[in-house]
Design a protein around this ligand. Structure first.
Ligand SMILES: [Zn+2]
Length: 308
C-alpha cells in the first residue's frame, strides 16, 4: 500500500500523462525592441505568444533608456525582434551581452532582424559616425510603409514557425489575416491621402521618408540637420527659408521630439505642427498596427486638407 501511495504521489508531482487532456504548450516569450514590432508580433503570434516591448511608445528607438529589467526580460525570451540597420545600436548590444541567452543569439531562429528583406532607403555612400549621424546603414524607419509591415510580418511568421513548429499553421493563418487587413486599409489610406499628393511637409527627424514615398508626399526639410543631431539656429534659418519658398505648411513631430522647436519654426512660417506617433500606444486608441496607421493617415489628412 505504501509503495502505491508513493508512486501516485510521484506521478502527480512530475505530471504523468493524465487521460485525454492534451498538454498545453506555454506561449512563446517574444520580446520586441519597439512597440511597433511588438504589435506585428501580437498580430502574427496570437495566443501562441506573449509579447513585450523594451522601448516605451514615447521613447526614441535610437536612444532607449537601458534598464536592468531589460536584461531579465531578454534572458527569459524565446524570441527577440529587433529593427536592425543599427536602429538599436546605441543601447541593445550591452543588454544582449548581459542577458546570456543563446536562443536569441545572432543567427539563431529566435533572433528576428526586421530590416531583413526591406529595400533600405538613404543608404549612405560614405559615412562619418563621429558627426553623430545615426543612420549608418540607411533609414531604419521603414515600418510606416504598410508594404514593409507585410514583409516584416512574413519574416516574423517564418521565425516563429521555426521556433514553435506545432503552431506553424496558426502563424500562417494569422499572417494571411494581417496581410488582407493591410491590403484593404492601404487602398483606403491611399484614397484619403490622394488629394494631398505632392504636398510639401517638414519633419523633425528623417522618420517619415518611407511614408512620404508610399503616399506621394514631399519632405522638403528636417529640423535636425542630420539624423540624431539637434537643430542649430543656422540650420533652422535655412529650414524657414525653404518652407517659405516651397510653401510647406506642415511640421510633423513625434512625442519624444522637441515640439517647442517645431512651434518656433511654425510661427515664422504660418505652418501647423502635427503630432504623429509611429509607435502604437503613445496616442490613445492606437494599440494595433492598423489603428496606428489610421491615426497617422487621419492626422495627416486633417493637417493637410483640414482648412479646405
Ligand atoms: Zn532615425
Amino acid at each position: 500500500m505504501k509503495t502505491i501511495a508513493l508512486l501516485t504521489f510521484a506521478a502527480a508531482t512530475i505530471g504523468a500523462p493524465s487521460g485525454p487532456t492534451k498538454p498545453v504548450a506555454a506561449p512563446l516569450s517574444v520580446v520586441a525592441t519597439t512597440p511597433d514590432l511588438a504589435s506585428l508580433a501580437k498580430a502574427i503570434g496570437g495566443n501562441a505568444v506573449e509579447v513585450k516591448a523594451l522601448a516605451k511608445p514615447t521613447e526614441d528607438a535610437h536612444f532607449v533608456d537601458a534598464k536592468p529589467s531589460h536584461i531579465v526580460t531578454l534572458n527569459r525570451a524565446d524570441v527577440l525582434i529587433e529593427g536592425g540597420a543599427e536602429l538599436e545600436l546605441g543601447w541593445l548590444p550591452p543588454l544582449l551581452e548581459s542577458s546570456r541567452n543563446s536562443k536569441i543569439a545572432s543567427g539563431a531562429p529566435g533572433r528576428i532582424v526586421a530590416s531583413t528583406g526591406i529595400t533600405m532607403k538613404e543608404k549612405p555612400v560614405s559615412f562619418d559616425r563621429s558627426k553623430g549621424d545615426v543612420h549608418a546603414l540607411g533609414n531604419p524607419h521603414f515600418l510606416v510603409d504598410p508594404l514593409n509591415a507585410k514583409i516584416v510580418a512574413a519574416n516574423i511568421a517564418d521565425h516563429l514557425s521555426r521556433v514553435a513548429p506545432a503552431s506553424a499553421s496558426t502563424f500562417k493563418a494569422n499572417l494571411a489575416t494581417f496581410n488582407a487587413a493591410v491590403d484593404a486599409k492601404l487602398a483606403e489610406w491611399q484614397k484619403q491621402l490622394a488629394p494631398s499628393k505632392g504636398a510639401r511637409i517638414v519633419t523633425y527627424h528623417k522618420d517619415f521618408v518611407y511614408l512620404a514615398e508610399r503616399f506621394g508626399l514631399e519632405i522638403v526639410e528636417t529640423l535636425e540637420p542630420k539624423p540624431g543631431i539637434a537643430p542649430s539656429p543656422s540650420h533652422l534659418a535655412q529650414v524657414i527659408a525653404t518652407m517659405r519658398s516651397q510653401n510647406a505648411k506642415v511640421i510633423i513631430v513625434q512625442p519624444y521630439q522637441n515640439r517647442k522647436t517645431a512651434e518656433t519654426v511654425a510661427r515664422q512660417t504660418g505652418a501647423t505642427v502635427l503630432d504623429i506617433s509611429q509607435q502604437p500606444g503613445a496616442i490613445k486608441g492606437t494599440d494595433t498596427y492598423i489603428d496606428l496607421m489610421d491615426h497617422v493617415v487621419r492626422t495627416l489628412v486633417n493637417g493637410l486638407q483640414g482648412d479646405k
